[in-house]
Design a protein around this ligand. Structure first.
Ligand SMILES: C[S@@+](CC[C@H](N)C(=O)[O-])C[C@H]1O[C@@H](n2cnc3c(N)ncnc32)[C@H](O)[C@@H]1O
Length: 279
């Protein structure tokens, strides 16, 4: 049997680790756009959106959260710290899991924040019992999955009745002169190829996945509605993607060019969703 797409994602993060950590630190997602617009740093903007999503989940001290696709742990650890909840972060890459564990231990939070490596297709049958979590979060991880509805079904299963899911993710959309599927695909395909994304969803498609899983959607929106989605990296002192030197530098520079082109065309954006499991 051929390897699933998700195995290539696991390998992608083996090579991306050096580049991503060097350029983005321990936050591999977009910052809150309003925070950036008001002049706050990228790191603070990332923390603010993590705090917003954790608050929208209603997490309280003693609650249990699951962070799907936890990278090297920055968002998971921060959400645990600000809410007082316990968190488990999962990825399909053991090197990321090890670093995330070390980060939690360094910050003295290992008793409340743990990390676990799951199989490439483990998201289709999460290794947790029914109703194990008060909340599930995701930060720019679901885009990598070839069967996104399967994850949302599993999220619904592992949530307690009344529990909530909140997340942000890469999406595509019509923008300006680029209105047809073919026009959008021509710009997005190089991004998909470079970042190991089988297909980008939309604000509407994730809403359908959530609803089909039996969840009640409270928020489904484009974080950059009607404007270009820019600035994963904003701090002047951050080494620029274009000048990145290190393992696989050509691949990452090419990927960043493809993404910058999609941002400029307006067809790339970031969506945000919050939904609840009926009580
Ligand atoms: C862009 S990174 C985001 C990391 C983290 N959420 C953050 O914002 O810093 C995407 C994450 O999704 C994880 N991921 C991708 N496909 C996965 C899969 N099939 N199962 C579990 N995790 C996956 C990757 O390992 C990585 O940790």
């Amino acid at each position: 049997m051929s390897e699933p797409h998700e195995h290539r994602v696991q390998e992608f993060y083996d090579s991306a680790l050096h580049c991503y950590e060097r350029i983005m630190g321990d936050r591999w997602h977009h910052a809150d756009p309003d925070a950036l617009a008001s002049g706050l740093s990228r790191l603070r903007g990332c923390e603010i959106i993590e705090e917003r999503l954790a608050a929208l989940c209603g997490l309280r001290p003693g609650d249990r959260g699951l962070d799907f696709g936890s990278g090297i742990g920055g968002p998971t650890i921060h959400m645990a710290r600000v809410t007082g909840a316990s968190f488990i972060g999962v990825t399909n890459n053991a090197r990321l899991t090890e670093l995330a564990r070390a980060n939690a231990a360094r910050l003295g939070l290992a008793d409340r924040v743990s990390f676990r490596t799951i199989d490439d297709l483990g998201y289709q049958a999460l290794p947790f019992p029914d109703a194990a979590f008060h909340a599930v979060t995701f930060f720019e991880s679901v885009c990598h999955l070839s069967d996104k509805p399967a994850l949302f079904r599993e999220i619904a299963r592992v949530l307690i009745p009344g529990g909530r899911v909140a997340g942000i993710d890469w999406i595509q959309r019509p923008f300006g002169p680029y209105q047809s599927e073919a026009q959008i695909a021509a710009i997005m395909q190089p991004v998909n190829d470079a970042i190991t994304i089988p297909a980008h969803g939309t604000v509407a498609s994730y809403r359908v996945y959530l609803e089909s899983a039996g969840l009640r959607v409270a928020i489904a929106r484009d974080l950059y509605d009607s404007v270009l989605c820019w600035s994963t990296v904003q701090d002047d002192e951050t080494p620029s993607w274009a000048g990145y030197e290190g393992p696989e530098q050509q691949m990452f520079r090419r990927g960043e060019e493809a993404l910058a082109h999609a941002r400029r065309a307006g067809v790339f954006s970031v969506g945000m969703w919050v939904a609840a499991k009926p009580a």
